[in-house]
Design a protein around this ligand. Structure first.
Ligand code: ARG
Length: 582
Protein backbone atom coordinates (compact mmCIF):
# COMPACT_ATOMS: atom_id res chain seq x y z
CA UNK A 1 0.00 0.00 0.00
CA UNK A 2 1.11 3.51 -0.69
CA UNK A 3 2.47 5.25 2.38
CA UNK A 4 0.37 8.02 3.92
CA UNK A 5 3.23 10.43 3.55
CA UNK A 6 3.35 9.70 -0.17
CA UNK A 7 -0.41 9.99 -0.56
CA UNK A 8 -0.61 13.38 1.10
CA UNK A 9 2.55 14.56 -0.63
CA UNK A 10 0.90 13.73 -3.98
CA UNK A 11 -2.15 15.71 -2.95
CA UNK A 12 -0.03 18.61 -1.74
CA UNK A 13 1.92 18.69 -4.99
CA UNK A 14 -1.31 18.76 -6.95
CA UNK A 15 -2.44 21.69 -4.77
CA UNK A 16 0.80 23.60 -5.43
CA UNK A 17 0.31 23.04 -9.13
CA UNK A 18 -3.35 24.05 -9.05
CA UNK A 19 -2.35 27.24 -7.23
CA UNK A 20 0.15 27.99 -9.98
CA UNK A 21 3.39 26.87 -8.32
CA UNK A 22 5.96 24.22 -9.03
CA UNK A 23 4.60 20.95 -7.59
CA UNK A 24 8.09 19.98 -6.44
CA UNK A 25 7.60 22.30 -3.45
CA UNK A 26 4.77 20.16 -2.12
CA UNK A 27 6.80 17.74 -0.03
CA UNK A 28 5.07 16.77 3.23
CA UNK A 29 6.94 15.54 6.31
CA UNK A 30 5.93 14.14 9.67
CA UNK A 31 5.41 17.10 11.98
CA UNK A 32 8.23 18.15 14.25
CA UNK A 33 5.61 19.87 16.42
CA UNK A 34 3.21 17.03 17.27
CA UNK A 35 1.48 19.40 19.68
CA UNK A 36 0.35 21.50 16.72
CA UNK A 37 -0.21 19.06 13.90
CA UNK A 38 0.50 15.57 12.58
CA UNK A 39 2.09 16.45 9.24
CA UNK A 40 3.50 19.62 7.79
CA UNK A 41 4.67 21.14 4.52
CA UNK A 42 7.28 23.88 4.48
CA UNK A 43 7.39 24.18 0.68
CA UNK A 44 5.87 27.66 0.59
CA UNK A 45 8.96 29.03 2.33
CA UNK A 46 11.28 27.81 -0.42
CA UNK A 47 8.78 28.65 -3.17
CA UNK A 48 8.65 32.24 -1.93
CA UNK A 49 12.29 32.73 -2.91
CA UNK A 50 11.67 31.55 -6.45
CA UNK A 51 8.40 33.41 -6.96
CA UNK A 52 9.53 36.48 -5.02
CA UNK A 53 6.43 36.87 -2.91
CA UNK A 54 5.37 36.35 0.70
CA UNK A 55 5.47 32.70 1.75
CA UNK A 56 2.21 33.01 3.68
CA UNK A 57 0.42 34.10 0.50
CA UNK A 58 1.60 30.94 -1.26
CA UNK A 59 0.69 28.75 1.74
CA UNK A 60 -2.83 30.23 1.82
CA UNK A 61 -3.33 29.79 -1.90
CA UNK A 62 -2.21 26.15 -1.67
CA UNK A 63 -4.40 25.43 1.35
CA UNK A 64 -7.40 26.65 -0.65
CA UNK A 65 -6.74 23.90 -3.18
CA UNK A 66 -6.66 21.02 -0.66
CA UNK A 67 -9.62 18.70 -0.16
CA UNK A 68 -10.97 19.49 3.32
CA UNK A 69 -12.47 16.02 3.66
CA UNK A 70 -8.95 14.60 4.09
CA UNK A 71 -8.12 16.77 7.08
CA UNK A 72 -9.41 17.79 10.48
CA UNK A 73 -6.99 20.67 10.31
CA UNK A 74 -5.43 22.42 7.34
CA UNK A 75 -3.96 25.79 8.09
CA UNK A 76 -1.45 28.20 6.72
CA UNK A 77 0.50 29.71 9.61
CA UNK A 78 3.12 32.44 9.71
CA UNK A 79 5.57 32.73 8.16
CA UNK A 80 4.33 30.16 5.63
CA UNK A 81 4.00 26.70 7.11
CA UNK A 82 1.13 24.42 6.20
CA UNK A 83 -0.03 22.37 9.19
CA UNK A 84 -2.11 19.25 8.72
CA UNK A 85 -4.12 16.86 10.82
CA UNK A 86 -5.66 13.93 9.02
CA UNK A 87 -9.40 13.48 9.21
CA UNK A 88 -10.99 10.51 10.90
CA UNK A 89 -12.50 9.49 7.58
CA UNK A 90 -9.09 9.47 5.89
CA UNK A 91 -7.61 7.31 8.65
CA UNK A 92 -10.61 5.00 8.71
CA UNK A 93 -10.39 4.39 4.96
CA UNK A 94 -6.64 3.90 5.08
CA UNK A 95 -6.77 1.44 7.96
CA UNK A 96 -9.68 -0.44 6.43
CA UNK A 97 -7.56 -0.90 3.31
CA UNK A 98 -4.70 -2.11 5.52
CA UNK A 99 -6.98 -4.49 7.40
CA UNK A 100 -8.22 -6.16 4.25
CA UNK A 101 -4.92 -6.24 2.31
CA UNK A 102 -2.49 -9.17 2.48
CA UNK A 103 0.09 -8.61 5.25
CA UNK A 104 -1.68 -5.37 6.19
CA UNK A 105 -0.66 -3.77 2.94
CA UNK A 106 3.08 -3.99 3.49
CA UNK A 107 4.86 -3.14 0.27
CA UNK A 108 6.81 -6.09 -1.22
CA UNK A 109 9.80 -4.02 -2.25
CA UNK A 110 12.03 -7.08 -2.50
CA UNK A 111 9.88 -9.03 -4.95
CA UNK A 112 12.09 -10.80 -7.47
CA UNK A 113 15.26 -10.18 -5.46
CA UNK A 114 17.42 -12.73 -3.68
CA UNK A 115 19.43 -12.10 -0.55
CA UNK A 116 21.81 -14.42 1.28
CA UNK A 117 21.95 -13.78 5.01
CA UNK A 118 25.11 -15.26 6.51
CA UNK A 119 24.51 -15.52 10.24
CA UNK A 120 24.91 -17.86 13.17
CA UNK A 121 28.51 -18.74 12.36
CA UNK A 122 28.69 -21.61 14.84
CA UNK A 123 31.84 -23.68 15.00
CA UNK A 124 31.60 -27.44 14.84
CA UNK A 125 32.65 -29.36 17.97
CA UNK A 126 32.47 -26.25 20.11
CA UNK A 127 29.35 -25.63 22.17
CA UNK A 128 27.35 -22.49 21.42
CA UNK A 129 28.24 -19.84 23.97
CA UNK A 130 26.75 -16.46 24.73
CA UNK A 131 28.81 -14.92 21.91
CA UNK A 132 26.54 -16.83 19.53
CA UNK A 133 23.34 -15.28 20.82
CA UNK A 134 23.53 -11.99 18.95
CA UNK A 135 24.42 -13.35 15.48
CA UNK A 136 21.57 -15.85 15.81
CA UNK A 137 18.92 -13.40 17.01
CA UNK A 138 19.85 -10.40 14.88
CA UNK A 139 20.48 -12.50 11.78
CA UNK A 140 17.18 -14.34 12.12
CA UNK A 141 15.24 -11.08 12.59
CA UNK A 142 16.89 -9.44 9.58
CA UNK A 143 16.27 -12.50 7.44
CA UNK A 144 12.60 -12.60 8.45
CA UNK A 145 12.30 -8.88 7.74
CA UNK A 146 13.71 -9.33 4.25
CA UNK A 147 11.32 -12.22 3.66
CA UNK A 148 8.40 -10.18 4.89
CA UNK A 149 9.26 -7.44 2.42
CA UNK A 150 9.15 -9.93 -0.43
CA UNK A 151 12.77 -10.99 -0.85
CA UNK A 152 13.78 -14.55 -1.51
CA UNK A 153 15.98 -14.83 1.57
CA UNK A 154 18.45 -17.67 2.07
CA UNK A 155 19.85 -17.98 5.58
CA UNK A 156 23.17 -19.80 5.67
CA UNK A 157 24.79 -20.74 8.99
CA UNK A 158 28.28 -20.85 7.45
CA UNK A 159 29.65 -23.36 9.94
CA UNK A 160 33.24 -23.23 11.04
CA UNK A 161 33.81 -26.85 10.08
CA UNK A 162 37.21 -26.87 8.45
CA UNK A 163 40.66 -25.80 9.41
CA UNK A 164 42.83 -26.40 12.44
CA UNK A 165 40.07 -27.12 14.93
CA UNK A 166 39.34 -30.34 13.05
CA UNK A 167 43.01 -31.31 12.98
CA UNK A 168 43.25 -30.70 16.73
CA UNK A 169 40.37 -33.06 17.42
CA UNK A 170 41.76 -35.74 15.14
CA UNK A 171 45.21 -35.50 16.75
CA UNK A 172 43.71 -35.68 20.24
CA UNK A 173 41.56 -38.69 19.33
CA UNK A 174 44.58 -40.43 17.92
CA UNK A 175 46.44 -39.99 21.21
CA UNK A 176 43.49 -41.37 23.15
CA UNK A 177 42.43 -44.23 20.87
CA UNK A 178 45.30 -45.00 18.47
CA UNK A 179 43.85 -48.45 17.77
CA UNK A 180 40.83 -47.01 15.87
CA UNK A 181 40.81 -47.92 12.16
CA UNK A 182 40.61 -44.24 11.14
CA UNK A 183 44.29 -43.85 11.96
CA UNK A 184 45.49 -46.91 10.07
CA UNK A 185 46.59 -45.71 6.62
CA UNK A 186 46.40 -49.25 5.27
CA UNK A 187 42.83 -49.86 6.39
CA UNK A 188 40.61 -50.48 3.38
CA UNK A 189 37.46 -51.82 5.05
CA UNK A 190 34.24 -50.09 6.03
CA UNK A 191 34.53 -47.66 8.96
CA UNK A 192 32.08 -48.08 11.86
CA UNK A 193 28.74 -46.35 11.47
CA UNK A 194 28.64 -44.90 14.95
CA UNK A 195 31.00 -42.20 16.11
CA UNK A 196 33.72 -43.11 18.62
CA UNK A 197 32.51 -40.24 20.88
CA UNK A 198 29.34 -38.54 22.11
CA UNK A 199 28.60 -34.86 21.80
CA UNK A 200 29.53 -34.32 25.44
CA UNK A 201 32.87 -36.04 24.92
CA UNK A 202 33.47 -34.00 21.80
CA UNK A 203 32.89 -30.80 23.72
CA UNK A 204 35.54 -31.89 26.19
CA UNK A 205 37.98 -33.15 23.53
CA UNK A 206 38.16 -29.89 21.64
CA UNK A 207 39.16 -27.57 24.50
CA UNK A 208 41.63 -30.14 25.79
CA UNK A 209 43.24 -30.38 22.37
CA UNK A 210 43.16 -26.64 21.93
CA UNK A 211 44.97 -26.23 25.24
CA UNK A 212 47.80 -28.33 23.90
CA UNK A 213 48.48 -26.06 20.92
CA UNK A 214 51.63 -24.70 22.56
CA UNK A 215 53.15 -28.17 22.67
CA UNK A 216 55.20 -28.15 19.43
CA UNK A 217 54.94 -31.86 18.84
CA UNK A 218 51.17 -31.93 19.29
CA UNK A 219 50.72 -28.79 17.28
CA UNK A 220 52.67 -30.30 14.40
CA UNK A 221 50.47 -33.39 14.48
CA UNK A 222 47.32 -31.26 14.43
CA UNK A 223 48.56 -29.22 11.48
CA UNK A 224 49.52 -32.36 9.66
CA UNK A 225 46.10 -33.91 10.33
CA UNK A 226 44.40 -30.74 9.07
CA UNK A 227 46.39 -30.84 5.87
CA UNK A 228 45.74 -34.54 5.30
CA UNK A 229 42.05 -34.11 6.04
CA UNK A 230 41.85 -31.35 3.47
CA UNK A 231 43.77 -33.47 0.97
CA UNK A 232 41.15 -36.16 1.44
CA UNK A 233 42.77 -38.85 3.60
CA UNK A 234 40.04 -41.48 3.82
CA UNK A 235 40.14 -42.26 7.56
CA UNK A 236 40.21 -38.58 8.52
CA UNK A 237 37.31 -37.85 6.21
CA UNK A 238 35.33 -40.60 7.91
CA UNK A 239 36.15 -39.15 11.34
CA UNK A 240 35.26 -35.67 10.13
CA UNK A 241 31.88 -36.99 9.00
CA UNK A 242 31.30 -38.37 12.50
CA UNK A 243 32.28 -35.07 14.09
CA UNK A 244 29.94 -33.22 11.74
CA UNK A 245 26.97 -35.50 12.29
CA UNK A 246 27.24 -35.50 16.09
CA UNK A 247 27.93 -31.80 16.37
CA UNK A 248 25.49 -30.48 13.78
CA UNK A 249 22.62 -32.44 15.33
CA UNK A 250 23.38 -30.75 18.62
CA UNK A 251 23.71 -27.31 17.02
CA UNK A 252 20.38 -27.77 15.27
CA UNK A 253 18.73 -28.62 18.55
CA UNK A 254 20.13 -25.48 20.16
CA UNK A 255 19.14 -23.19 17.30
CA UNK A 256 15.68 -24.80 17.22
CA UNK A 257 15.30 -23.93 20.89
CA UNK A 258 15.91 -20.32 19.97
CA UNK A 259 13.48 -20.58 17.07
CA UNK A 260 16.31 -19.80 14.70
CA UNK A 261 16.15 -21.76 11.45
CA UNK A 262 18.59 -21.84 8.57
CA UNK A 263 17.70 -22.62 4.97
CA UNK A 264 21.24 -23.85 4.36
CA UNK A 265 23.62 -25.67 6.65
CA UNK A 266 26.71 -25.07 4.55
CA UNK A 267 30.10 -24.50 6.03
CA UNK A 268 33.65 -23.50 5.34
CA UNK A 269 34.31 -27.03 4.08
CA UNK A 270 31.80 -26.51 1.27
CA UNK A 271 33.89 -23.63 0.00
CA UNK A 272 37.04 -25.73 -0.11
CA UNK A 273 36.61 -27.14 -3.66
CA UNK A 274 36.22 -23.58 -4.94
CA UNK A 275 39.54 -22.43 -3.52
CA UNK A 276 42.13 -23.93 -5.93
CA UNK A 277 40.48 -22.77 -9.17
CA UNK A 278 39.76 -19.35 -7.66
CA UNK A 279 43.35 -18.90 -6.50
CA UNK A 280 44.73 -20.03 -9.88
CA UNK A 281 42.44 -17.59 -11.68
CA UNK A 282 43.34 -14.67 -9.40
CA UNK A 283 47.06 -15.36 -9.86
CA UNK A 284 46.68 -15.66 -13.63
CA UNK A 285 44.81 -12.37 -13.90
CA UNK A 286 47.33 -10.58 -11.72
CA UNK A 287 44.69 -9.74 -9.11
CA UNK A 288 46.68 -11.71 -6.52
CA UNK A 289 50.29 -10.69 -6.19
CA UNK A 290 53.21 -12.19 -4.31
CA UNK A 291 54.33 -10.57 -1.09
CA UNK A 292 56.91 -12.06 1.28
CA UNK A 293 56.15 -15.56 0.05
CA UNK A 294 52.40 -15.16 0.39
CA UNK A 295 49.77 -14.37 -2.23
CA UNK A 296 47.73 -11.28 -1.42
CA UNK A 297 45.17 -8.99 -3.01
CA UNK A 298 46.06 -5.35 -2.38
CA UNK A 299 42.87 -3.55 -1.40
CA UNK A 300 43.94 -0.11 -0.20
CA UNK A 301 42.29 2.73 -2.07
CA UNK A 302 43.07 6.35 -2.52
CA UNK A 303 41.46 8.42 0.17
CA UNK A 304 41.55 5.65 2.80
CA UNK A 305 41.55 7.27 6.21
CA UNK A 306 42.95 4.22 7.96
CA UNK A 307 45.53 1.68 6.95
CA UNK A 308 44.07 -1.05 4.78
CA UNK A 309 46.30 -4.13 4.78
CA UNK A 310 46.11 -6.42 1.76
CA UNK A 311 43.70 -9.33 1.81
CA UNK A 312 45.76 -12.49 2.29
CA UNK A 313 44.78 -15.27 -0.08
CA UNK A 314 47.47 -17.91 0.43
CA UNK A 315 49.92 -17.86 3.31
CA UNK A 316 53.61 -18.46 2.71
CA UNK A 317 53.22 -22.08 3.91
CA UNK A 318 50.65 -22.64 1.16
CA UNK A 319 47.60 -22.77 3.42
CA UNK A 320 44.48 -20.70 2.95
CA UNK A 321 42.87 -18.55 5.63
CA UNK A 322 39.50 -17.18 6.79
CA UNK A 323 39.44 -14.56 4.00
CA UNK A 324 40.20 -17.18 1.34
CA UNK A 325 37.23 -19.20 2.53
CA UNK A 326 34.93 -16.19 2.53
CA UNK A 327 35.93 -15.30 -1.03
CA UNK A 328 35.47 -18.89 -2.21
CA UNK A 329 32.09 -18.99 -0.46
CA UNK A 330 31.08 -15.94 -2.48
CA UNK A 331 32.07 -17.77 -5.65
CA UNK A 332 29.78 -20.64 -4.61
CA UNK A 333 26.90 -18.32 -3.67
CA UNK A 334 27.08 -16.36 -6.90
CA UNK A 335 27.22 -19.57 -8.90
CA UNK A 336 24.39 -21.32 -7.09
CA UNK A 337 22.02 -18.53 -6.11
CA UNK A 338 23.12 -15.39 -7.96
CA UNK A 339 21.97 -13.13 -5.09
CA UNK A 340 21.35 -9.40 -5.41
CA UNK A 341 22.75 -8.97 -1.95
CA UNK A 342 24.83 -10.81 0.65
CA UNK A 343 24.48 -9.72 4.25
CA UNK A 344 26.88 -10.91 6.94
CA UNK A 345 26.02 -10.70 10.62
CA UNK A 346 29.04 -11.04 12.90
CA UNK A 347 30.79 -9.39 15.79
CA UNK A 348 32.01 -5.91 14.85
CA UNK A 349 35.57 -6.99 15.60
CA UNK A 350 35.41 -8.55 12.15
CA UNK A 351 34.77 -5.16 10.47
CA UNK A 352 38.22 -4.97 8.91
CA UNK A 353 38.06 -8.55 7.67
CA UNK A 354 34.84 -7.90 5.79
CA UNK A 355 36.03 -4.56 4.44
CA UNK A 356 39.06 -6.36 2.97
CA UNK A 357 37.04 -9.28 1.65
CA UNK A 358 34.42 -7.01 0.05
CA UNK A 359 37.05 -4.92 -1.66
CA UNK A 360 38.90 -8.01 -2.85
CA UNK A 361 35.67 -9.54 -4.16
CA UNK A 362 34.85 -6.41 -6.15
CA UNK A 363 38.37 -6.06 -7.49
CA UNK A 364 38.39 -9.70 -8.55
CA UNK A 365 34.91 -9.51 -10.06
CA UNK A 366 33.72 -12.37 -7.87
CA UNK A 367 30.45 -10.50 -7.42
CA UNK A 368 28.70 -8.37 -10.01
CA UNK A 369 29.21 -4.61 -9.74
CA UNK A 370 25.58 -4.24 -8.65
CA UNK A 371 25.67 -7.02 -6.04
CA UNK A 372 25.30 -5.43 -2.66
CA UNK A 373 27.63 -6.58 0.11
CA UNK A 374 26.86 -5.56 3.65
CA UNK A 375 28.36 -6.41 7.00
CA UNK A 376 26.31 -5.85 10.14
CA UNK A 377 28.93 -5.78 12.88
CA UNK A 378 27.28 -6.02 16.26
CA UNK A 379 28.55 -4.95 19.66
CA UNK A 380 29.26 -7.02 22.74
CA UNK A 381 26.71 -8.30 25.19
CA UNK A 382 28.01 -7.62 28.69
CA UNK A 383 26.74 -8.71 32.09
CA UNK A 384 24.21 -6.63 34.03
CA UNK A 385 27.15 -4.82 35.67
CA UNK A 386 28.52 -3.76 32.29
CA UNK A 387 31.51 -6.07 32.61
CA UNK A 388 32.26 -8.91 30.20
CA UNK A 389 29.92 -11.83 30.76
CA UNK A 390 31.65 -14.63 32.62
CA UNK A 391 30.53 -17.65 34.58
CA UNK A 392 31.28 -17.68 38.28
CA UNK A 393 34.53 -19.55 37.68
CA UNK A 394 35.55 -17.13 34.96
CA UNK A 395 34.63 -19.34 32.01
CA UNK A 396 32.49 -18.56 29.01
CA UNK A 397 28.77 -19.03 29.61
CA UNK A 398 27.05 -21.56 27.40
CA UNK A 399 24.12 -20.32 25.41
CA UNK A 400 22.05 -23.22 26.72
CA UNK A 401 22.75 -22.06 30.26
CA UNK A 402 21.77 -18.48 29.51
CA UNK A 403 18.48 -19.60 28.01
CA UNK A 404 17.73 -21.92 30.88
CA UNK A 405 18.55 -19.19 33.45
CA UNK A 406 16.13 -16.84 31.73
CA UNK A 407 13.52 -19.58 31.48
CA UNK A 408 13.83 -20.45 35.18
CA UNK A 409 13.51 -16.79 36.11
CA UNK A 410 10.36 -16.37 34.04
CA UNK A 411 8.89 -19.68 35.21
CA UNK A 412 9.03 -18.53 38.82
CA UNK A 413 6.94 -15.49 37.90
CA UNK A 414 4.48 -17.52 35.89
CA UNK A 415 4.00 -19.95 38.76
CA UNK A 416 3.88 -17.30 41.50
CA UNK A 417 1.36 -15.15 39.67
CA UNK A 418 -0.77 -18.24 38.94
CA UNK A 419 -0.98 -17.14 35.33
CA UNK A 420 -1.98 -20.43 33.74
CA UNK A 421 -2.93 -24.01 34.60
CA UNK A 422 -0.05 -26.32 35.44
CA UNK A 423 -0.23 -28.00 32.06
CA UNK A 424 0.44 -24.68 30.30
CA UNK A 425 3.22 -23.38 32.51
CA UNK A 426 6.03 -24.61 30.26
CA UNK A 427 4.65 -23.29 26.99
CA UNK A 428 3.75 -19.90 28.49
CA UNK A 429 7.13 -19.65 30.20
CA UNK A 430 8.99 -20.51 27.02
CA UNK A 431 7.21 -17.84 25.01
CA UNK A 432 7.71 -15.11 27.59
CA UNK A 433 11.36 -16.04 28.07
CA UNK A 434 12.00 -15.92 24.33
CA UNK A 435 10.29 -12.54 24.10
CA UNK A 436 12.34 -11.22 27.01
CA UNK A 437 15.63 -12.49 25.62
CA UNK A 438 15.13 -11.47 22.01
CA UNK A 439 13.48 -8.12 22.59
CA UNK A 440 16.11 -7.31 25.22
CA UNK A 441 18.75 -7.78 22.56
CA UNK A 442 17.00 -6.48 19.47
CA UNK A 443 15.74 -3.26 21.07
CA UNK A 444 19.37 -2.11 21.07
CA UNK A 445 20.94 -0.83 17.91
CA UNK A 446 23.04 -3.80 16.70
CA UNK A 447 26.34 -1.89 16.64
CA UNK A 448 26.04 -0.87 20.30
CA UNK A 449 27.26 -2.91 23.24
CA UNK A 450 24.56 -3.66 25.79
CA UNK A 451 24.15 -5.14 29.24
CA UNK A 452 22.23 -8.35 29.67
CA UNK A 453 19.96 -7.70 32.63
CA UNK A 454 17.62 -10.59 33.23
CA UNK A 455 15.36 -8.80 35.66
CA UNK A 456 14.96 -5.77 33.47
CA UNK A 457 14.43 -7.80 30.29
CA UNK A 458 11.81 -10.02 31.90
CA UNK A 459 9.83 -7.19 33.53
CA UNK A 460 6.21 -7.00 32.45
CA UNK A 461 6.40 -3.22 32.38
CA UNK A 462 8.68 -0.81 30.55
CA UNK A 463 10.30 -1.19 27.16
CA UNK A 464 10.49 -4.98 27.27
CA UNK A 465 9.40 -8.04 25.35
CA UNK A 466 6.98 -9.17 28.06
CA UNK A 467 5.29 -5.74 28.01
CA UNK A 468 4.63 -6.13 24.29
CA UNK A 469 3.39 -9.69 24.86
CA UNK A 470 1.18 -8.52 27.71
CA UNK A 471 -0.43 -5.96 25.42
CA UNK A 472 -1.21 -8.64 22.85
CA UNK A 473 -2.58 -10.98 25.53
CA UNK A 474 -4.77 -8.17 26.85
CA UNK A 475 -6.26 -7.65 23.38
CA UNK A 476 -6.74 -11.39 22.90
CA UNK A 477 -8.65 -11.58 26.14
CA UNK A 478 -10.97 -8.68 25.20
CA UNK A 479 -11.59 -10.17 21.77
CA UNK A 480 -12.44 -13.57 23.16
CA UNK A 481 -14.93 -12.03 25.53
CA UNK A 482 -16.47 -9.99 22.70
CA UNK A 483 -17.16 -12.89 20.33
CA UNK A 484 -16.80 -12.89 16.56
CA UNK A 485 -14.49 -9.98 15.73
CA UNK A 486 -12.70 -11.13 12.59
CA UNK A 487 -14.75 -9.25 10.01
CA UNK A 488 -15.60 -6.00 11.76
CA UNK A 489 -14.76 -3.01 9.58
CA UNK A 490 -12.71 -0.09 10.91
CA UNK A 491 -14.87 2.80 12.13
CA UNK A 492 -14.31 6.52 12.58
CA UNK A 493 -12.15 7.35 15.62
CA UNK A 494 -14.44 7.92 18.60
CA UNK A 495 -11.94 9.85 20.72
CA UNK A 496 -8.42 11.25 20.73
CA UNK A 497 -6.86 8.06 22.03
CA UNK A 498 -8.51 6.11 19.25
CA UNK A 499 -7.13 8.54 16.73
CA UNK A 500 -3.62 8.31 18.18
CA UNK A 501 -3.86 4.54 18.00
CA UNK A 502 -4.98 4.77 14.38
CA UNK A 503 -2.08 7.07 13.51
CA UNK A 504 0.37 4.68 15.16
CA UNK A 505 -1.00 1.77 13.17
CA UNK A 506 -0.46 3.54 9.85
CA UNK A 507 3.29 3.57 10.56
CA UNK A 508 3.76 -0.17 10.08
CA UNK A 509 5.05 0.01 6.53
CA UNK A 510 7.45 2.95 7.00
CA UNK A 511 8.82 1.39 10.19
CA UNK A 512 9.59 -1.93 8.53
CA UNK A 513 11.22 -0.18 5.60
CA UNK A 514 13.31 1.99 7.90
CA UNK A 515 14.44 -1.07 9.86
CA UNK A 516 15.51 -2.77 6.65
CA UNK A 517 17.35 0.28 5.37
CA UNK A 518 19.23 0.66 8.66
CA UNK A 519 19.67 -3.13 9.16
CA UNK A 520 18.34 -2.49 12.62
CA UNK A 521 15.47 -4.52 14.10
CA UNK A 522 15.60 -1.98 16.95
CA UNK A 523 13.44 0.28 14.78
CA UNK A 524 10.74 -2.41 14.76
CA UNK A 525 11.01 -2.63 18.55
CA UNK A 526 10.68 1.14 18.88
CA UNK A 527 7.64 1.02 16.64
CA UNK A 528 5.80 -1.69 18.55
CA UNK A 529 6.67 -0.05 21.84
CA UNK A 530 4.95 3.10 20.61
CA UNK A 531 2.02 1.09 19.24
CA UNK A 532 1.63 -0.92 22.46
CA UNK A 533 1.63 2.37 24.39
CA UNK A 534 -1.17 3.69 22.18
CA UNK A 535 -3.16 0.47 22.67
CA UNK A 536 -2.83 0.63 26.44
CA UNK A 537 -3.71 4.32 26.60
CA UNK A 538 -6.79 3.65 24.49
CA UNK A 539 -7.69 0.71 26.74
CA UNK A 540 -7.39 2.77 29.92
CA UNK A 541 -9.38 5.71 28.62
CA UNK A 542 -12.16 3.88 26.81
CA UNK A 543 -14.84 1.55 28.16
CA UNK A 544 -14.63 -1.12 25.54
CA UNK A 545 -16.68 -4.17 26.51
CA UNK A 546 -19.07 -2.20 28.70
CA UNK A 547 -19.93 0.25 25.92
CA UNK A 548 -23.70 0.08 25.35
CA UNK A 549 -23.74 1.48 21.84
CA UNK A 550 -23.08 -1.68 19.81
CA UNK A 551 -21.82 0.22 16.78
CA UNK A 552 -19.30 2.15 18.83
CA UNK A 553 -18.23 -1.03 20.57
CA UNK A 554 -17.73 -2.86 17.28
CA UNK A 555 -15.57 0.05 16.13
CA UNK A 556 -13.38 -0.23 19.23
CA UNK A 557 -13.04 -3.94 18.78
CA UNK A 558 -12.03 -3.63 15.13
CA UNK A 559 -9.31 -1.17 16.12
CA UNK A 560 -7.69 -3.32 18.76
CA UNK A 561 -8.04 -6.39 16.57
CA UNK A 562 -6.01 -4.66 13.88
CA UNK A 563 -3.47 -3.57 16.48
CA UNK A 564 -3.15 -7.20 17.57
CA UNK A 565 -2.53 -8.30 13.99
CA UNK A 566 0.15 -5.66 13.51
CA UNK A 567 1.87 -6.42 16.81
CA UNK A 568 1.85 -10.14 16.07
CA UNK A 569 3.30 -9.56 12.62
CA UNK A 570 6.12 -7.50 14.08
CA UNK A 571 7.03 -9.92 16.85
CA UNK A 572 7.04 -12.79 14.44
CA UNK A 573 9.60 -10.87 12.37
CA UNK A 574 11.59 -10.36 15.58
CA UNK A 575 11.39 -14.11 16.17
CA UNK A 576 8.98 -14.67 19.06
CA UNK A 577 5.27 -15.13 19.68
CA UNK A 578 2.64 -14.36 22.31
CA UNK A 579 1.14 -16.83 24.77
CA UNK A 580 -2.63 -17.06 25.33
CA UNK A 581 -2.50 -15.81 28.90
CA UNK A 582 -0.06 -13.79 30.93
N1 ARG B 1 32.72 -19.02 12.47
C1 ARG B 1 33.06 -17.63 12.49
C2 ARG B 1 33.48 -17.22 13.89
O1 ARG B 1 33.29 -17.94 14.84
C3 ARG B 1 31.92 -16.75 12.04
C4 ARG B 1 31.54 -16.91 10.59
C5 ARG B 1 30.89 -15.67 10.04
N2 ARG B 1 30.62 -15.73 8.63
C6 ARG B 1 31.51 -15.59 7.67
N3 ARG B 1 31.13 -15.72 6.43
N4 ARG B 1 32.77 -15.31 7.92
O2 ARG B 1 34.02 -16.13 14.04
Amino acid sequence: MERILDIITDKMQAAFQAAGYDPAFGRVTVSNRPDLCEYQCNGALSAAKQYKCAPIAIARAVVDQLDRADYDLVEAVMPGFINLKLSGAFLRDYLEAMRTAPDFGVEKTGAGKTIVVDYGGANVAKPLHIGHLRPAIIGEALKRLYKHLGYHAIGDVHLGDWGLQMGLIIAELQERQPELPYFDPDFTGEYPETAPFTVDELEEIYPTASGKKSDPEFSHKAHQATLELQQGRRGYRALWNHIMRVSVADLKKNYDNLDVHFEKWLGESDADPFIPPMVEDLKARGIAVQSAGAWVIPVSEEGDKKEMPPCILVKSDGSSIYATTDLATMVQRMQDWNPDKILYVTDKRQNLHFEQVFRAARKAGIVKPETELEHVGFGTMNGADGKPFKTRDGGVLRLEQLISDMTDFVRTKVVENKIVDDSEVEETTRKIAMGALKYGDLSNQPTKDYNFDMERFAAFEGNTGPYILYTIVRIKSILSRYGAWEHLPIALPANDCAKDLMLAMTKLNPSLEAALRASSPSLICAYIYELAGAVNKFYHETRILTEEDETLKAGYISLIALAKGILETCISILGFSAPEKM
